[in-house]
Design a protein around this ligand. Structure first.
Ligand code: G
Ligand code: G
Ligand code: MN
Ligand code: NA
Length: 252
């Protein structure tokens, strides 16, 4: 595989970088946090997204190393991005939870960078929770007890047995983009699902973040439902840390 050699060379040259997409308060447009998203700054092919290379990276066993290259950079940048009361979230794929010491590895990295743990949030998918449930719960409980917060990513697309949700230290549900796309059409499937997720989150005292908001109608529909936070191209695309650190951003 030609790409596999490329990936290893890219790792050694630190070509994998986190881009950051703002997460905003939907009412005011104020940035409350950022999601770190993996990008490959390829010397010839330009900026590549996970869709371009993550499958090959997983097959060839490079994905873990790529993720740790990202986690390392995020730990170095997160305090400045988070400010006094924000956060930066990272996507931690289910594979990582097969390591019994994932919590220790992440906590060591946080400590090495003198990062206040409250600056870091971990996004896990429902699928990751269900595989190896006991070990995942122990890892997440430990991270939470140190101040790292936990969000459930792509919520609504998984295998939710809702009964397990309260057993994990999850503070935030991220509504998958596929439901937001359907939103503005009143009576449509998307509206019903988003309403149901918001009601569930309210009763479990969890926060909701809507993903993939692309237009004002979607934002207004979310505000009517009572959803307070979101991210998407309506507000901003993912960009390098330096861009966000240069100035105060306000997406009204
Ligand atoms: O940024 P983009 O929309 O292209 O991301 C596509 C997918 O890649 C998303 O599902 C996202 O969860 C995943 N992803 C983004 N960043 C990372 C990362 O650092 N590590 C892993 N394993 N997946 C990521
Ligand atoms: O699976 P996860 O939710 O981690 O991935 C988020 C993905 O969604 C990233 O690849 C990011 O680039 C993408 N994304 C973020 N905002 C939007 C949006 O408004 N529209 C679309 N189509 N994709 C988005
Ligand atoms: Mn995510
Ligand atoms: Na998602």
């Amino acid at each position: 595989l030609e790409m596999e050699g490329d990936l290893r060379r890219a790792l050694s040259r630190n070509e994998f970088v986190p881009f950051y997409q703002p997460i905003v308060a939907l009412q005011t447009g104020r940035t409350v946090g950022y999601e770190a998203l993996l990008r490959w700054r390829h010397p010839d092919r330009g900026l590549l997204t996970p869709a371009d290379f993550l499958a090959v990276a997983e097959e060839s066993g490079c994905a873990e190393s790529i993720d740790w290259q990202i986690f390392e950079q995020v730990c170095a940048q997160a305090e400045a991005l988070a400010g006094p009361d924000g956060f930066v979230s990272i996507n931690v794929s289910g594979r990582h939870f097969r390591s019994a010491d994932l919590d220790r590895q992440l906590l060591d990295l946080i400590q090495a960078h003198r990062l206040p743990p409250r600056c870091l949030r971990i996004e896990v998918t429902e699928r990751a929770l269900l595989e190896n449930a006991m070990q995942v719960k122990r890892i997440l409980d430990n991270l939470r007890s140190h101040g790292v917060s936990i969000a459930l990513d792509d919520f609504g697309t998984g295998y939710s047995s809702l009964s397990y949700l309260h057993q994990y230290p999850i503070e935030t549900l991220k509504i998958d983009r596929s439901f937001i796309v359907e939103l503005p059409r009143e009576g449509g499937h998307g509206t019903a699902v988003v309403r149901a997720i918001q009601a569930l989150a309210n009763s479990l005292q969890m926060q909701v973040i809507a993903e993939g908001i692309e237009d004002e109608d979607q934002r207004q529909a979310l505000l009517r439902i009572g959803c307070r936070f979101g991210q998407g191209f309506l507000f901003a695309t993912p960009k390098m840390a330096e861009v966000w650190l240069q100035r105060e951003h306000h997406f009204a």
